[in-house]
Write a protein that binds this ligand. Structure first.
Ligand code: COA
Length: 362
């Protein structure tokens, strides 16, 4: 067996697709989205403009950012009108599960293009589920706003400040796409069978919801709350590692250095005009966690990942913890859709192999 054909359990390093959408360099700590470094996009463009770039590359047809922003506004209104029917399906479910059921229920409606219907629906569903869970009335979308401003407005019931909108916009861009991560792969597998975008995005979301992928920010905040003060940092982290627990917000399958998204999101927190949680404590937890992980796993470079500052940023934006994964999904849907389009345009049915290690019949 050649090195190329040796089985790799976990598919590490296996190439599943060619993509024009994003590139992750784990050694250099670099993320390129649609041809630009993430740090150069996050505070310079709108989420709609980055989505238009991704979808243009994926589909081979130009998507205009202003047209997309207008169409997404209309799609948010459409989704809002459908929320009563969606609640009939999601009532009684935790928000993370309700979001999955709602995403699956948002099938194509009227003449709206499926990619626009889906991406426009995401913030409406996320905000709707959170408000419903808290006994609050839904806030009608404002189609004149961008996705970031309207998501914050629909969640909180009041307009966000410019700095809050810019911070959430930077977050949406930063996590909009990230190479062949587990959820994108799941979505591409489904798209490769010829299933539609709604199916592909629902599958991708299911993969995202796990704590090893997109479900880590809430446990990050729980960790920071539990640590509580600077004098408890070392003992808390040492004890957790001794118990064999993983520190949430650290480690990555691809990055061997600090996740470049962590820096962008840290900058987004620092630009906020309203203070969130104790950034000083978080920074000291980060410093000690990196040191402790280096001793704990000297052969494995474990550094800060995107989820650490995601948690701090979303918390500072007063987004409730149960909404973190849906808000992540509202951003990553741009990438999932792009990958599904690209897979359907250029790819083959994704059908890897397994190595049978069971008994053979006599
Ligand atoms: N804390 C403590 N130990 C960790 C760790 C962490 N955050 N991340 C990895 N390790 C340890 C593993 O326990 C493993 O040890 P072992 O060989 O004794 O079993 C070793 O480092 C290698 O880990 P591995 O599971 O091979 O890494 P991976 O590439 O499969 O996992 C993650 C990557 C992200 C799943 C992993 O780092 C993790 O669970 N991080 C915490 C969750 C998180 O922040 N997720 C968000 C990712 S963006």
């Amino acid at each position: 067996m050649t090195i190329q054909s040796m089985p790799v359990v976990g598919l590490e390093g296996v190439v599943a697709a060619e993509t024009l959408l994003s590139h992750v360099d784990g050694e250099k700590g670099e993320l390129v989205i649609a041809g630009a470094r993430v740090a150069d996009l996050a505070f310079a463009e709108s989420f709609e403009a980055v989505t238009a770039r991704l979808w243009s590359l994926a589909s081979g047809t130009a998507h205009d950012a202003a047209d997309l922003a207008r169409d997404l506004g209309r799609a948010r209104l459409d989704a809002h009108a459908r929320m009563p029917a969606i609640f009939a399906v999601t009532d009684g479910m935790p928000i993370v599960d309700g979001f999955r059921a709602a995403a699956a229920a948002i099938h194509q409606h009227g003449t709206t293009r499926p990619e626009v219907a889906l991406l426009g629906a995401m913030p409406v569903i996320a905000a709707g589920l959170v408000r419903r869970a808290n006994g609050l009335d839904l806030v009608r979308p404002d189609p004149g706003l961008g996705q970031a401003a309207d998501l914050l407005r629909m969640l909180r019931g009041e307009a966000a400040t410019d700095s809050e909108t810019a911070a959430l916009n930077a977050y949406l861009i930063t996590v909009s796409d990230h190479g062949m991560n587990a959820s994108t792969f799941a979505g591409r597998v489904v798209a490769s069978t010829g299933a539609d975008l709604f199916m592909a995005v629902t599958a991708a979301y299911c993969a995202l919801s796990g704590p090893l992928h997109g479900g880590a920010p809430e446990p990050v905040l729980n960790m920071l709350d539990d640590i509580g003060s600077v004098d408890r940092i070392e003992s808390w982290i040492d004890d957790a590692l001794k118990r064999g627990e993983r520190l949430m917000g650290f480690g990555h399958r691809i990055y061997r250095v600090r996740d470049p998204r962590a820096d962008v999101l840290k900058a987004a927190v620092e630009k906020l005009d309203r203070a969130g949680r104790d950034l000083g404590l978080a920074a000291r937890v980060e410093t000690y966690a990196r040191k402790a992980l280096a001793t704990h796993k000297p052969d494995r470079k474990l550094d800060t990942n995107v989820e650490f500052y995601t948690a701090i940023l979303l918390d500072a934006l007063q987004i409730p913890r149960q909404a973190f994964t849906p808000v992540f999904a509202a951003a990553r849907t741009a990438g999932w859709i792009g990958h599904a389009m690209e897979q359907q345009r250029k790819g083959r049915l994704l059908r890897p192999a397994s190595v049978y290690i069971g008994d053979m019949p006599a």
